[in-house]
Design a protein around this ligand. Structure first.
Ligand SMILES: [Zn+2]
Length: 263
């Protein structure tokens, strides 16, 4: 009896081991979208979780390059999904939410040194405030290959607003960005990652063609374009190892998502 129990236990452990090996090492297809906020060395204490210091950022960009990744913008990704652009062998999309000024002073030079690009999602009523990007900086970033996307006018979670106010937040910010000379804005990021199906529909009606969430995973051809998944890159406590683990977590989450939700 004890022998039989032992055999069953050994079989279970073997199966578990195989499952873990599959989770970690089996190849997974899909485009990783990394989610950043601030990039620099002068965060206020409550901003610390959202800042990746310059040295860590540089190490992460070097790692991506050495690992064979090519950065593309969200607009490129949209074009690829529409059959108008061929994705590089190993694409990655770097996204930066909220529109902090260090995206211009710290991030942009680090990207340019490496021939990389990114998508920056801007909260229009914060443009020009202390520590935030100005319209002139946004225009210059766009000229230099950075895509500017929308993140509403006031950064209120859309799930907390009445439908008319949701619509106003989406349309107002898009119109303002285009009024200030930014290219037709097609990419959107949900404030606080908060969305539902009705909100996704409103985002589409306001003219955006993709929207990123805070849900973890890689993006596959059948991932809903208004529910794109991201890998959050928070303030690193364990250097590059943590960054690599976050990329791995994105792959594992993708393998565990059996069903892709579709509108
Ligand atoms: Zn945000």
């Amino acid at each position: 009896m004890r022998k039989k129990t032992g055999r069953i236990l050994a079989a279970c452990l073997g199966a578990l081991l195989l499952f873990v090996c599959w989770l970690i090492w089996s190849p997974v297809r899909g485009v990783p979208v990394l989610e950043y906020h601030m990039t620099g060395d002068d965060a206020l204490p409550d901003e610390l979780p959202y800042i990746v210091p310059q040295a860590d950022l540089a190490a992460q960009l070097d790692y991506l390059q050495a690992a064979g990744y090519t950065t593309i913008t969200m607009r490129d990704y949209l074009a690829a999904r529409q059959g108008e652009y061929t994705l590089p062998a190993k694409p990655v999309i770097l996204t930066f939410d909220d529109g902090y000024e260090d995206n211009y002073t710290v991030l942009l030079p680090e990207l340019e040194q490496r021939g990389m690009c990114a998508t920056v999602y801007v909260v229009t009523n914060d443009v020009g405030l202390d520590r935030y990007l100005t319209w002139a900086q946004l225009q210059d970033m766009q000229r230099r290959g950075i895509e500017i996307g929308g993140h509403t006018a006031d950064h209120l979670p859309l799930t907390t607003l009445a439908p008319e106010e949701q619509e106003r937040q989406l349309r107002l910010s898009r119109q303002l960005m285009e009024m200030y000379g930014l290219q037709a804005v097609v990419s959107f990021s949900y404030p606080n990652g908060a969305y539902d199906e009705a909100i996704a529909q409103r985002v589409r009606e306001a003219g955006y063609q993709t929207a990123v969430t805070g849900d973890a995973g890689l993006n596959q051809p059948d991932t809903n374009p208004y529910e794109l998944q991201r890998i959050n890159v928070a303030h690193p406590r364990f250097g590059l190892t943590e960054f690599r683990l976050r990329l791995l977590k994105g792959e594992i989450m993708t393998k565990l998502h059996w069903h892709q939700h579709k509108i």
